[in-house]
Write a protein that binds this ligand. Structure first.
Ligand SMILES: O=C(CO)[C@H](O)[C@H](O)COP(=O)(O)O
Length: 254
């Protein structure tokens, strides 16, 4: 699982919790009046939602839809206007964390259990920016186990199928050491799968799509248009095929 928020960052300058705040602040600069926003899930997204809430209290006019009940509750508590899913709804910008991202902005998501709503909402977004502390950018995906959202009835066969693909599946429990399962907001199970280094994420994603009972997998491929990660205490903007560059106050969405 991810390092804890109070862990020192690999670059040592800030704690990971402080890095999440820095990444969230850089993403907030991309938000403009009138935008419809997708709100992510997890500790980094919570930082973004809290900073967005403060901006809304200072007069920023946006509306959002959250990728989890937890993020929805946080946004509501902060006074961020929320919109329910409806036909034709598209978001100008979605801001979310990730468990891992590589240089092509391919992601593993779902450590917070919200991968299904995240994929739905981020597919309905014109622009997804991933925000992360310095632990999230990796050369090759796969150190973090790949989460799958699974219909409970299908669990035994999904476990067999994942093993047949060379994975080592672990059903997520409600708490470490608990005997009851973790359930998603949709009342499905989460299965965390160790595949070793995922050298061909597109191939694995296609294979997982053929397994009945897997509602969605945590590989997000071709969805993120940018990432904001923190290195040496500063936010860097990554875009596929471009050199990393410092985030600046002049950044706007392309
Ligand atoms: O995919 C997610 C939730 O389903 C999160 O974005 C991911 O787990 C990262 O979380 P955090 O920001 O707490 O490290």
């Amino acid at each position: 699982m991810n390092p804890t928020a109070s862990s020192p960052s690999p670059t040592g300058a800030l704690t990971l919790a402080q890095e999440k705040q820095v990444a969230a602040a850089a993403a907030l600069r991309w938000v403009r009046d009138g935008m419809l926003l997708g709100l992510g899930t997890g500790s980094t997204s919570a930082q973004f939602i809290m900073q967005l809430g403060a901006a809304v209290q200072n007069g920023l006019k946006v509306q959002g839809t959250a990728t989890s009940l937890a993020s929805e509750a946080l946004a509501r508590q902060l006074g961020i206007p929320l919109i329910a899913p409806r036909r034709g709804l598209r978001f100008d910008l979605a801001v979310d964390g990730a468990d891992e991202l590589d240089g092509q902005l391919r992601l593993i998501k779902g450590g917070g259990g919200a991968l299904l709503r995240e994929k739905v909402l981020e597919t309905a977004s014109d622009y997804l920016v991933v925000i992360g502390d310095s632990s999230k950018l990796v050369p090759v995906l796969g150190r973090f186990p790949l989460p799958l959202e699974v219909v409970p009835f299908a669990l035994p066969w999904v476990l067999d199928a994942v093993e047949a693909l060379g994975g080592a599946p672990v059903v997520r429990m409600a708490q470490p050491g608990a005997t009851d399962y973790y359930f998603s907001d949709q009342k499905n199970l989460l299965v965390d799968c160790h595949f070793g280094q995922i050298l061909e994420p597109e191939r694995l994603a296609a294979q997982l799509k053929t397994i009945p009972g897997i509602v969605e997998h945590g590989l997000f491929l071709g969805l993120a248009k940018a990432a904001i990660v923190v290195r040496d205490g500063a936010a860097l903007v990554l875009r596929p095929g471009e050199a990393a560059r410092p985030a600046t106050e002049f950044d706007v969405l392309p």
